[in-house]
Design a protein around this ligand. Structure first.
Ligand code: ACO
Length: 376
C-alpha cells in the first residue's frame, strides 16, 4: 500500500455538505452560498443555522434559534468562579480550551450523542465561548464582570461584555461579518481534529476542546496574532518592504500568507481587506492598513508566482485591532466563530459515523535483540 502524502495534502478524508473550497479560483461556499454574499447579507446567527441545518432559516426558525442561543449566554453557575480563579497571566486560548472542557462537568448527560443532544451541547458551547473570553479578559484587567445581555446579538453582546458598553452599529456589524467569515472552512486541521475525536463516540465537549487546541497553533488560527506581532515590529510603512525582503532572504515564513488549499488570494481576505481599510480610516489606524497593504504588494511581487497570497488571518489582524481587541484575543475570536463550523462537522460526523483509524508506514527496525540494562 502506498503512503499518503505528508500532511495528508490532497487526501479526501470525509464527505461533507457543509462547505466547499476551490483553491485555484479562490471560492468558498457555505452550503452552496458564496461567502461574499453571506458577509454582505447574512448575520452570524443565521449563518450558524445554515451550517447546522444545510439551509437558511425562515423568519420564525431564526427567531427560535436566536432565542435558544441567547438564553444560554450565561454559562452554568460555577463557571464564573472557575474563570475568576484562573491566573491573570494565563493565555486566553489556554483559558478557552480549559473552560470549554469544564462546561462538560456542568452538563448532566455530557456523553449523549443523539442528534438533539449533540445540537444542544453545541449550542451550549457556542453561547458560552464569548462569555468565557470576556469574563476572563475583565478578570485579568481587574474589572467587574459584565453579565451578558440576551437582547443583544452574538456580536453585539460579546463587545458589550468585553468593554462594558454597547458597541456602535458599525463596530457590531464589522465584528458580525468577521464571525461569518471565520465560521467554517471544510476539513481544516482543527475541524479534522474535532471529527477524529467524535468518531470514537467520545463527546461534543471533548471534540471541541481538541479543536481549540489545534486552532491555537501558529500555522493555523494562531497566525492572526503572528500577523499583528509582525505589524507591530515594522516601524513605518516605508520600512515594510525591507522588513519583508529580509524575512524572505532568511527563508522565514510571513504570517498570514500561504495556504494548503488556496493558491490565490483567500476569498475571505478580500472581504476582510475591505473591512480593515474602512475601520482603519474610521479609527485613525490608516498607517496600520497602509503597512498591511504594502506587505501584500511586496509578497505578491516576490512570492505570488509560488501561489503564496494573503489568507484569512492577514487582514483580520488589522480589522480586530481597529475593533479594539487586544492582540491575544485574536485567536479566541477565531475560535468563537469556528465553534459554529466545528459543531456542524461533529453533528455531520455523528449522522454517519465510522471510526477514524488510518495506518502508519513503519520505517523503523525489526527483530531487535533485547539487551539487559547493565549491558547497554
Ligand atoms: N511565507 C513565506 N513562504 C511560505 C509561506 C509564507 N507564509 N507559506 C508557504 N511558504 C513557502 C514555504 O517556505 C515552502 O517553500 P519551499 O517549497 O521553497 O520550501 C512552500 O511555500 C510550501 O510551504 P509549506 O509550508 O510546505 O506549505 P503547507 O501547505 O504545508 O503550509 C501553511 C500551509 C502552513 C498555511 C503555510 O503557508 C504557512 O506556514 N503560512 C504561514 C502561517 C499562516 O498564515 N497560517 C494560517 C493559515 S490559514 C488558517 O489556518 C486559518
Amino acid at each position: 500500500m502506498t503512503t499518503a502524502p505528508k500532511g495528508l495534502e490532497g487526501v479526501i478524508a470525509a464527505e461533507s455538505t457543509i462547505s466547499f473550497i476551490d483553491g485555484a479560483e479562490g471560492v468558498l461556499e457555505y452550503v452552496g452560498h458564496a461567502i461574499g454574499d453571506l458577509a454582505q447579507h447574512s448575520t452570524f446567527e443565521e449563518t450558524v443555522y445554515l451550517l447546522w441545518n444545510q439551509r437558511l432559516p425562515t423568519r420564525s426558525e431564526l427567531a427560535d434559534f436566536s432565542a435558544a442561543l441567547r438564553e444560554r449566554y450565561e454559562p452554568p453557575a460555577g463557571m464564573r468562579e472557575l474563570i475568576t480563579s484562573l491566573p491573570k497571566s494565563a493565555e486566553p486560548m489556554h483559558v478557552l480550551r480549559t473552560m470549554v472542557s469544564a462546561l462538560s462537568m456542568h452538563d448532566s448527560s455530557p456523553n449523549d450523542n443523539d442528534p438533539g443532544s449533540a445540537r444542544s451541547k453545541a449550542l451550549n458551547i457556542l453561547a458560552s465561548t464569548p462569555t468565557i473570553v470576556a469574563y476572563f479578559d475583565r478578570h485579568r484587567r481587574g474589572l467587574d464582570l459584565v453579565a451578558p445581555d440576551s437582547s443583544l446579538s452574538y456580536a453585539e453582546n460579546f463587545l458589550y461584555m468585553l468593554n462594558g458598553e454597547k458597541p456602535t452599529e458599525t463596530m457590531a456589524r464589522a465584528f458580525d461579518i468577521c464571525m461569518i467569515l471565520h465560521a467554517d472552512h471544510t476539513l481544516n486541521n482543527s475541524t479534522f481534529a474535532a471529527r477524529v475525536i467524535i468518531s470514537t463516540m467520545s463527546d461534543v465537549y471533548s471534540a471541541l476542546t481538541g479543536a481549540i487546541g489545534s486552532l491555537r497553533g501558529p500555522l493555523h488560527g494562531g497566525a492572526n496574532e503572528g500577523v499583528m506581532h509582525m505589524l507591530n515590529e515594522i516601524p513605518s510603512v516605508e520600512e515594510a518592504e525591507s522588513y519583508i525582503m529580509g524575512k524572505i532572504e532568511r527563508k522565514e515564513k510571513i504570517m498570514g500568507f500561504g495556504h494548503r488549499v488556496y493558491k490565490t488570494k483567500d476569498p475571505r481576505a478580500f472581504a476582510l481587506q475591505g473591512l480593515a481599510e474602512r475601520l482603519a480610516s474610521d479609527t485613525g489606524n490608516q498607517d496600520l492598513y497602509a503597512k498591511s497593504h504594502k506587505i501584500e504588494l511586496v509578497m505578491e511581487r516576490e512570492l505570488g508566482a509560488k501561489g503564496i497570497y494573503p489568507n484569512v488571518d492577514f487582514y483580520s489582524a488589522t480589522t480586530y485591532h481597529c475593533i479594539g481587541l487586544k492582540l491575544d484575543l485574536f485567536t479566541p475570536m477565531f475560535a468563537m466563530s469556528r465553534v459554529a463550523g466545528w459543531s456542524g462537522h461533529v453533528i455531520e460526523q455523528l449522522e454517519d459515523n465510522r471510526l477514524y483509524r488510518p495506518k502508519a508506514k513503519y520505517v523503523g527496525p525489526h527483530a531487535v535483540e533485547y539487551v539487559p540494562i547493565e549491558q547497554r
